[in-house]
Design a protein around this ligand. Structure first.
Ligand code: ASN
Length: 256
C-alpha cells in the first residue's frame, strides 16, 4: 500500500512539474506574441514625411511621428527601416516588412496588391524644372521620375502628349540633381514634398504647372490579405490621433 502511495505521489509530482513546465511554455509563447515587433519600411528622402536629421542622424518627419503616435496609442512595438520607396513596396510584397508608411498614394492599381489604412493626408503630383522652364520645353527631352511612384505612373501616362522620354531614378534627391545638372529637363514629384524643399531652400527648382494632378489620400499599407491585425491597430490609432488633435499637431510641426 505504501509503495502504491509513493508511486502515486511520484506520478502526481512528475505530472505537476510537467504542468508547470507547460504553463511556463505557454506563458512564454504568449509574452513573445504580445511583444511582437513589427517591421515597417519607409522612404528615405521625402521631406517633410521622412528625411534624415543630419544633427541627430535619425529619420524624422510626418510619417515617422504618425507611426510613433499610433504605436504608442495602440501599444505595439515596431522597427523602422528607411530604405526608399520602391524598396519598401518590394519589402512589403515579399513579406520582409509587415507594413509601410511612406507618403504612399492610395490608388486602385495599388489596391490590387496592398490593403490601405484610412487616409491621413491628401496630395497630388506636379512637374518640376529649373526656373523659367515651360511645359512646352519638355518636347524631345527627357524627364526624371522615381521608381515605383505615382509621379512615375503619371509621367508614363502623359508621355506622348508632351513628347518626352523618361529616365528612372532611385530616390527624390537623384531626380532633383538630374534636373539641376540638366540631364533631364523636368521631374515629377508630390506637390507638398517639392513645395517643402523649395520653401526650405534645399532645392532650387520651380513647380511648372499651377495645380497638382491626381490628388489622392496618403495611407499606411500592408500586403493585401496579410497583417490585418496591424492594419486594424493602425486605423484605430489613426482615428484616435485625428480625434485628440495629435495628428494636427504633427502636421503643424512641419508647416501644415
Ligand atoms: N506619393 C508617392 C507615391 O505614392 C510616395 C513617395 O514617393 N514616397 O508614389
Amino acid at each position: 500500500m505504501k509503495k502504491v502511495l509513493a508511486l502515486t505521489l511520484a506520478i502526481v509530482m512528475i505530472a505537476s512539474v510537467a504542468m508547470f513546465a507547460g504553463c511556463g511554455n505557454s506563458a512564454d509563447t504568449k509574452s513573445s506574441a504580445d511583444a511582437k515587433t513589427y517591421i515597417i519600411y519607409s522612404d528615405n528622402a521625402f521631406a517633410p514625411f521622412e528625411f534624415l536629421d543630419t544633427k541627430t542622424k535619425k529619420y524624422v518627419g510626418v510619417d515617422m511621428d504618425i507611426m510613433d503616435a499610433v504605436a504608442k496609442d495602440q501599444g505595439f512595438k515596431y522597427e523602422m527601416h528607411n530604405e526608399g520607396f520602391d524598396a519598401s513596396m518590394g519589402a512589403v510584397q515579399s513579406g520582409q516588412a509587415d507594413g509601410m508608411i511612406a507618403g504612399m498614394t492610395i490608388n486602385d492599381e495599388r489596391k490590387k496588391t496592398f490593403d490601405f489604412s484610412s487616409p491621413y493626408f491628401n496630395d497630388g503630383q506636379v512637374m518640376v524644372g529649373k526656373k523659367g522652364t515651360k511645359t512646352d520645353d519638355l518636347k524631345g527631352k527627357t524627364v526624371a521620375v522615381k521608381n515605383g511612384t505615382a509621379g512615375k505612373d503619371y509621367a508614363e501616362e502623359v508621355k506622348d502628349k508632351y513628347g518626352y522620354k523618361i529616365n528612372y531614378y532611385k530616390d527624390s534627391p537623384a531626380m532633383y540633381q538630374a534636373v539641376k545638372t540638366g540631364v533631364d529637363v523636368a521631374c515629377f514629384e508630390d506637390f507638398s514634398v517639392i513645395g517643402y524643399s523649395i520653401k526650405t531652400g534645399e532645392v532650387d527648382l520651380e513647380i511648372l504647372n499651377d495645380k497638382p494632378f491626381n490628388v489622392k489620400g496618403y495611407g499606411f499599407a500592408v500586403k493585401k490579405g496579410q497583417n490585418a491585425e496591424l492594419l486594424k491597430m493602425f486605423d484605430a490609432g489613426l482615428a484616435n490621433i485625428k480625434k485628440n488633435g495629435k495628428l494636427n499637431e504633427i502636421l503643424a510641426k512641419y508647416g501644415y
